[in-house]
Every structure is written in C-alpha cells, then in structure tokens.
Write a protein that binds this ligand. Structure first.
Ligand SMILES: Cc1cc2nc3c(=O)[nH]c(=O)nc-3n(C[C@H](O)[C@H](O)[C@H](O)COP(=O)(O)OP(=O)(O)OC[C@H]3O[C@@H](n4cnc5c(N)ncnc54)[C@H](O)[C@@H]3O)c2cc1C
Length: 497
C-alpha cells in the first residue's frame, strides 16, 4: 500500500486529509481530488464535544482555530416546542449534579419530582444553567470541587472556513490537492477500484480510496453498488432549506432546535452571522410552504439565497467495501438534530487510522471497521428517533412519529427507563447516560418510579442535597463572564474575505 486517494474536498475530505497528512506524512503518498464546479454541501456548523479531541490530534491552537472559523462556544442544544407551544428544555453537554453514594443524581431528582418538590432539571447541569444565562468560561480542572471544572463544550463554526483551514494544514503535511471533476472510475477484474479519470483525461491511480464525494457516493455506491439501508420510516424528514441571517446579540452559546409543522428549525449562532435551516418531510409540507415557514422565522435580516437539500436518512450497508472507505455524506445521513455528522466523520477517520491495514482488502479488518460503524450509527439513530417519537404536537407528521414502531434497541432502553429511571451507556456508544436522561425527561417520558434505594435517604436529606447542587451551580453561573465578552477577549474573529 503506497498511495491513498481521497475523493472530495468538503468537510469530510479535508478533515480526513488533515488527519492522515499529520499522522502518515512520509509513509504514504496522499492526494485529494475535488471539484470547485461541483462544490460542497455548504452546511454543517454545529458540533459536539469530541471535536476537541480531533482538533487536539491536529494540534490546533483553539483560539486561532476559532478566530479563523468565526466560531462560538457551544454548551448544548435547546429544544423548543417539541411538547407543544411554549415548552422548552436544554440538552446540556457534560455531567448532571453529582452522584451521591452510588446513585446517580437524577434518581434523587425523580424522587423529589414525584413528591412535587423538584426544580427545573436544567438547574442541576452547569452547562445548561450557563447556556440559559448566556455565559461561558473554560473548565477549570484545578477547581476539582467546583462545577466549573465540569464545563464541557463544543463549537459552532463556519464549515467552509473550517475546511479551508484544514486544507492549509493538510497541504503543509504533504497532501497534494488536485482540482478536477471525476468522470470515470476504473476497476480491476477483482472488482477493486484502480483509478479515477478526470474531465481533462488525466487518470489517477491509487491503492486505497476514501470516498468523501458527498451524497452521490461516487465510489462506494455509483461504482461499487454497496447498497443503502433506508431509515426514513423512523426519520421521515427528507429535505432541508438552509439560510444565513445577520447576527443578533447576545450570541448564544448553544444551538436551538425548534419543532415546526412537519419538521424542525435549527438556529446556530456564529460570530459573523446566524445559521438557520428547516428540516422537513416533503410528504407533509411542500417546498414553497417550507421556505415561507423558515423565512418567517428568522430573527434578523436574511443574508443569502436559500440552499435546498434532499436526503434519505440511513447509511451504506458497508462503510468499507473492497479497497474503499466512505466517510461523511457518502457514508450515509443522520439529520443534524444532535449535530452528529461531523463527529461521524471524525470518529470513522480515527477508527480507520487505528485499523489501517497493510493490504487494502484485509477482510477481518474490514469487518471490524464496519461492525463498529454500524453500532455507532444505529445508537445515534436511536437517540434522534427518540426526540421525534416522544413529541406531543398536533398534525399528521407528528402523529405519525408518535405512532411509529421503534427500533428494538431503542424500545429496550425506553422500557428500562420507564420502570425505574435507569439507563446504561452501551459499550462505546456516543451519547452518555446524562444525554439520554436529559432528553427523556425533557421530552416528557417519565419513569413509573425511581430507584427504590433512594429511600435510604430521607426526603429532607434529598431536598438538601439537590438544593445545595442547584445553589452551587447558580453561584458559579453568577460569576461567569458573558459568552459575548469571553469571545471578544479570547478569539475575536478575523474579518471574512
Ligand atoms: C441540512 C444539513 C444540515 C447539516 N448540519 C450539520 C450540523 O449542524 N452539524 C454537523 O456535524 N453536520 C451537519 N451536517 C452534515 C455536514 O454538512 C456534512 O457531514 C459535512 O459537511 C461533510 O460533507 P461531505 O464532505 O461528506 O460532502 P460535501 O460537502 O458534499 O463534499 C463533497 C465533495 O466531493 C466533491 N465531489 C463530488 N463529486 C465529485 C466528482 N465527480 N469529481 C470531483 N469531486 C467531486 C465535491 O466537489 C466536494 O468537494 C448537515 C447536513 C445537512 C444536509
């Protein structure tokens, strides 16, 4: 194995190129082909905390990266109107309160809640409480006793600026970029991919191919006919319209997902603008009405024409087939309700590094890679499906979601939760117990009871324990700086050309 060819220069292509360039420089010859004429999908601005691991692998300076990508900090996602008008809750990253002896904090909260003595669940999460107050500060690991040591964050950034930034790093590490449209893909008798041909007639051969060509899946699907697992019966939204609007102050340190007729709207605040979009089901609302709905719900002046996108939720039957691995939109699509797509690129790219083969078609390695990807995608799918299923909204679309049969893996989790409020993270699934708990409670799925061992503590002890946590978090949030002020000092964005 000598030559690796990355097809596509969107977020997926350049994230992979930057990582591979950094780790494999001098070992492999790495080339990336992209076509300016085709362009990129042009969306994807909200991330989740593991992106910090990826940035650290690349040794990015955080403030510099944030300046160059117009980034803001992200402490979680606010869900608005999923249970009807006026209802909202936060899914904050990170921990909730603290364990007491060996029970999780939420068990005491459930016990208080069933007595009618609980405060809003967000008051027990430093992330949620800070987000709702529009405050931010970096975690302070040296203050181990303080909730501030637990602050967990991600970023909201301009994805095209991020790809540009990563391109400069990848090229610095020896990745060669070739501009051109691929018009043909050559395969060997074995069925493996051998080369691609550009529109000017040049042929580029390689031993290993990484398909980052976006929804079209130029290699993985159009050439290798790998097949697609369609999940649209669980995730019926199949279109999106994205449009930026002017920045509004304060710049919130969180993403907002507001339920709408037949879909939901995202709001992602960056330093120079706000990203907005409507994800919807074309069986339930037509494109024109969807666009009107989105434009009527911008909170400032529209800055560009709407970008219309079509998709089918699901994933390739194999992410790695023969001598080709698909990453990004070429691998499949899970809608951005929990901002997971860029993460799926990152985790698959790191998985590929960990499993990088001597020969491009080592079957045991391929099977392990695909098994891990399937597990990761299915668990994230379940988490997203939960939001839709647990809605309390009117209308055909929302009624369909409420009545759909759930994946068995999700049904099992909900059944366990409903009995005693217990939830367990399975192996290395992405979302933590805290994430599941916040969304289950936030979406109104309450357990019939709580852990019987909470009875070891008296009601007064439980109330005092919970009261102390909420009060400590409240005091921490009071002294934290406003997110806006923090951004201005830490990483004022460079002007966009
Ligand atoms: C509506 C929507 C909202 C999203 N929001 C989020 C979000 O908030 N957070 C998140 O993490 N993710 C989000 N995503 C996903 C995110 O946008 C993608 O995961 C990410 O941009 C990666 O895209 P990509 O690089 O795979 O594909 P693309 O950006 O489509 O790039 C494909 C590349 O392949 C090249 N290419 C294609 N065909 C050829 C050819 N024949 N010859 C040469 N080059 C070719 C193109 O030129 C381009 O460079 C969202 C996606 C959608 C659709």
């Amino acid at each position: 194995m000598q030559k690796i060819l990355i097809v596509g220069g969107g977020t997926a292509g350049w994230m992979t190129a930057a990582l591979f360039g950094k780790l494999f420089q001098g070992r492999y010859d790495i080339e990336l082909i992209e076509s300016e004429a085709i362009g990129t999908v042009g969306v994807g601005e909200a991330t989740i905390p593991p992106i910090k691991t990826y940035n650290e692998l690349l040794q990015l300076d955080e403030a510099e990266f944030m300046r160059r990508t117009q980034a803001t900090f992200k402490l979680g996602i606010e869900f608005v109107d999923w249970l009807g008008a006026g209802h909202h809750y936060m899914h904050g990253f990170g921990v909730i309160g603290q364990d007491w002896e060996w029970l999780r904090c939420h068990q005491y909260w459930l016990s208080a809640q069933q007595r009618g003595a609980a405060r809003d669940f967000a008051e027990y999460s430093i992330n949620s409480a800070a987000a709702l107050a529009s405050k931010f500060v970096h975690p302070r690991p040296d203050m181990a006793e303080s909730p501030i040591s637990h602050i967990t964050y991600a970023f909201q950034f301009d994805a095209s600026l991020y790809a540009k930034y990563l391109r400069s790093l990848a090229e610095k590490h020896g990745v060669r970029r070739t501009e051109g449209r691929i018009v043909d893909v050559g395969t060997a008798e074995s069925g493996d991919i051998e080369s691609v041909t550009l529109d000017d007639g040049r042929a580029v051969a390689a031993d290993f191919f990484i398909d980052c060509s976006g929804f079209r899946g130029l290699l993985i699907e159009q050439t290798l006919k790998t097949g697609y697992e369609d999940w649209s019966h669980w995730l019926p939204c199949d279109r999106a319209i994205a449009v930026p609007c002017a920045r509004t102050d304060p710049v919130l340190p969180y993403t907002r997902a507001t339920a709408r007729d037949s879909g939901w709207q995202w709001r992602i605040p960056l330093q120079h603008r706000t990203g907005n979009g409507l994800v919807y089901s074309s069986r339930h609302i037509d494109d024109h009405s969807a666009e009107k709905l989105l434009l009527a719900n911008l909170d400032a002046e529209q800055l560009a024409n709407p970008n219309r996108l079509r998709f089918t939720s699901g994933k390739r039957r194999k992410m790695w087939n023969r001598n080709c691995v698909a990453l990004g939109l070429a691998a499949g699509f899970l809608e951005p309700l929990e901002s997971t797509s860029i993460h799926l690129v990152q985790s698959a790219a790191i998985r590929l590094v960990r499993l990088f083969p001597n020969a491009a078609t080592d079957q045991a390695t391929i099977d392990e890679f695909n098994r891990k990807c399937d597990f990761e995608w299915e668990r994230i799918r379940d988490f997203i499906v939960l939001h839709y299923w647990a809605n309390r909204r009117q209308g055909e679309f929302w009624e369909y979601c409420r009545s759909m049969e759930l994946p068995a893996t999700l049904q099992r989790k909900i059944d366990l939760w409903r009995s005693n409020g217990r939830i367990f993270r399975e192996d290395d699934e992405l979302f933590t117990e805290e994430s599941w708990i916040q969304v289950l409670i936030g979406q109104g799925i309450m357990p019939r009871s709580h852990d019987p061992l909470t009875a070891i503590k008296s009601d007064a002890q439980i109330d005092q324990f919970l009261g102390n946590i909420a009060a400590t978090i409240g005091r921490c949030v009071d002294v934290m700086p406003a997110h806006d002020d923090y951004l201005r000092k830490y990483c004022p964005a460079v002007a966009v050309a």
